[in-house]
Design a protein around this ligand. Structure first.
Ligand code: HEM
Length: 306
């Protein structure tokens, strides 16, 4: 069978010796807080209350990919932003976004094999990509991507598509990106915690702002295949701005206890049939179960590296 379980995913991602109490992927990060300022432009597309004009508070997390909570910031190939909104007492929206605009592969089993190849080394990953022509857009992105000097200057992509659903029940397939409003050259950042220190200093001095830009699919686009970008000519709508006003070490902040499961969705947003979304949801839950249990057993008090 080519089915991969959440347990197999997390076993692979955590590596031989798990870092007890920490996320099995994107283990190193910090908590941020702030709000979404909606301009109302998406109201006719989604009945989610946060798209009405006004503000919704958020808890977020900036992170780097990888299983090591003490990894050097500047060596990570992927940077990430996760957000959680409480829309009402019964509704939350959790989002986890990465710097690449597309995935290299479209299904969970291939992604599992991609991680195996990465762990096996340069020859294996080269061979993997040669056998997966669908990875061409990802490789083009990776070939030209220039890491910036700040978490504030990156673009964070939904990668997977979702549907906005309006009051009439009409769905519109979308992807979105958090687009930076500053550019920061790599400069002379130094040290294992360079990005964490930079963003904490930046947020303490002034708010950090991203434009939340949605791209609308048309009927010819495939919303279930996360390896293919949609044409640049597709309509884009800016829904408002994500404004970050506070940051905290992850073990001291509200974000550590959150599972940023991309299938926790409010009224007005629904999931596409992209198989990656289901795999993500199951794997995040398995990672969360492991780290929450370890934390309850005291792992973080003994081995905290913050
Ligand atoms: C099948 C594909 C994927 C698998 C199996 C997977 C697995 C995981 C796991 C196990 C975690 C740790 C969860 C936790 O303990 O809270 C995680 C975190 C994360 N993943 Fe994925 N992932 C996948 C695809 C993606 C994609 C496509 C994106 C970007 C759109 C993404 C973005 C993130 C982010 C941002 C985090 C950190 C969230 C946080 O700050 O808590 N992942 N992933």
């Amino acid at each position: 069978s080519d089915k991969v379980s959440a347990q197999q995913f997390v076993d692979l991602q955590q590596g031989k010796t798990a870092f007890a109490g920490f996320r099995r992927a994107h283990a190193k990060g910090l908590c941020v807080s702030g709000e979404f300022r909606s301009n109302g432009n998406l109201q006719s597309y989604s009945k989610a209350s946060l798209f009405q004009p006004g503000t919704t508070p958020l808890v977020g997390r900036l992170s780097i990919a990888g299983n090591n909570p003490a990894a050097p910031d500047l060596k990570a190939p992927v940077r990430s932003l996760a957000l959680s909104f409480s829309l009402s007492r019964t509704e939350q929206w959790r989002l986890a976004m990465n710097t690449p605009p597309v995935m290299a592969v479209a299904d969970p089993h291939s992604f599992y094999q991609q991680i195996q190849a990465i762990q096996a080394g340069p020859d294996a990953i080269k061979q993997f990509f040669a056998q997966h022509p669908e990875s061409s857009e990802f490789l083009t992105w990776a070939g030209q991507y220039q890491p910036t000097g700040s978490f504030a200057a990156e673009t964070y992509n939904s990668i997977n598509a979702f549907y906005l659903v309006n009051a009439k029940g009409e769905p519109q397939a979308v992807r979105w990106a958090m687009q930076p409003t500053v550019s920061v050259a790599p400069g002379n950042l130094q040290g294992d915690n360079a990005l964490q220190q930079e963003i904490a200093t930046r947020i303490a001095a002034d708010q950090v702002v991203f434009d939340w830009v949605f791209t609308l699919a048309d009927a010819t686009d495939d919303e279930t295949n996360s390896t293919k970008a949609w044409p640049a000519s597709r309509q884009q709508i800016t829904a408002g701005q994500i404004v970050l006003t506070g940051s905290t070490a992850q073990l001291d902040g509200d974000c550590h206890a959150i599972n940023f499961d991309p299938l926790v969705l409010p009224t007005g947003i629904t999931a596409t049939a992209d198989p990656i979304l289901r795999a993500r949801s199951a794997a995040y839950a398995e990672s969360y179960r492991r780290r929450a249990k370890e934390q309850r057993q005291g792992a973080l008090q003994e081995s905290s590296n913050e």
